[in-house]
Design a protein around this ligand. Structure first.
Ligand code: NAD
Length: 264
């Protein structure tokens, strides 16, 4: 135990189930003393989210579709009402039509391109606008990204383009909000088996490839993303903003297949 986030209040967005990256981060934050609120997307998820959140002492829940300005406004008005202010936000949300997370990027439709950018990119900016308004100096905003933003990864397609835009928006948000003492960062997580990941074509192959070829010769866990998030969300990260912290067993430094990796 410890108290890195003792006395701090944080919003966790994107908890779907106990496999979610948001869950790894939430557990780490709760263990360090944070008071947490959860937003979830649609009534159907509440029955999963509520028991998980309550198991770590959270009592604030809000149904929020980040594609809807009114529910976003409602979420932050609610937080202002119950808490007054906010210390950190975790944005662990992404979405695209899974029919376009296979095959060729060049075949992406205009409609899915716009939707993917709206839900997976703009939503973080929309969250930052509202969160910053109820945050003081020391506030911290965090989103989740993937290496498919930096290099071409099989099937990642439009989501890779969206993550590149998300990573660029982290830099611009860091500049704008830095003047108020608010930090904005991303974690680039290695592949983890979650609901969202199951929509990506050949995801098992991608996980296996990362396991065999990353410097640590394994995949990362939700818990490890949670530990890295603690650094960015707490005072430990007070000098860090605009950063994209890779929590990927080192895969992002690799240039080619490891000599000891078997064919798969
Ligand atoms: P997940 O399915 O557990 O979480 C995705 C969440 O996004 C769900 O809770 C879902 O309800 C939410 N969501 C989707 N559309 C929404 C909307 N319109 N409004 C509000 N919420 C919405 O999967 P995850 O892998 O934990 O994903 C969390 C984040 O981590 C995503 O941004 C994802 O791209 C990123 N990420 C995942 C991996 C991986 O391998 N799993 C790797 C790197 C980055």
């Amino acid at each position: 135990a410890g108290g890195l986030l003792q006395g701090k209040r944080g919003l966790i967005m994107g908890l779907a189930n106990d496999k979610s990256i948001a869950w790894g981060i939430a557990q780490a934050c709760a263990a360090q003393g944070a008071e947490l609120a959860f937003s979830y997307n649609g009534e159907a998820l509440l029955k999963r989210v509520q028991p998980l959140a309550e198991s770590i002492g959270a009592s604030v829940f809000y149904d929020c579709d980040v594609g809807d300005e009114a529910t976003l406004d409602g979420l932050f008005a609610h937080l202002k009402e119950v808490w007054g202010s906010l210390d950190f936000v975790v944005h662990a949300i992404g979405f695209s039509d899974k029919n376009e997370l296979r095959g060729r990027y060049v075949d992406t439709s205009r409609a899915n391109f716009s939707m993917t950018m709206d839900i997976s990119v703009f939503s973080f900016t929309a969250v930052c606008q509202r969160a910053a308004a109820i945050m003081g100096p020391g506030g911290s905003l965090l989103t989740l990204t993937y290496y498919g933003a930096e290099k071409v990864m099989p099937h990642y397609n439009v989501m890779g383009v969206a993550k590149a835009a998300l990573e660029a928006s982290v830099m611009y948000l860091a500049e704008d909000l830095g003047k108020d003492g608010i930090r904005v960062n991303a974690i680039s997580a290695g592949p983890i088996k979650t609901l969202a990941a199951s929509g990506i074509g050949d995801f098992r192959y991608i996980m296996k490839w990362n396991e065999l070829n990353s410097p640590l010769r394994r995949n990362v866990t939700q818990e490890e993303v949670g530990k890295a998030a603690l650094y960015l969300l707490s005072d430990l990260g007070s000098g860090t903003t605009g950063e994209n912290l890779h929590v990927d067993a080192g895969y992002h430094v690799v240039g080619m297949k490891a000599v000891d990796a078997p064919d798969i």
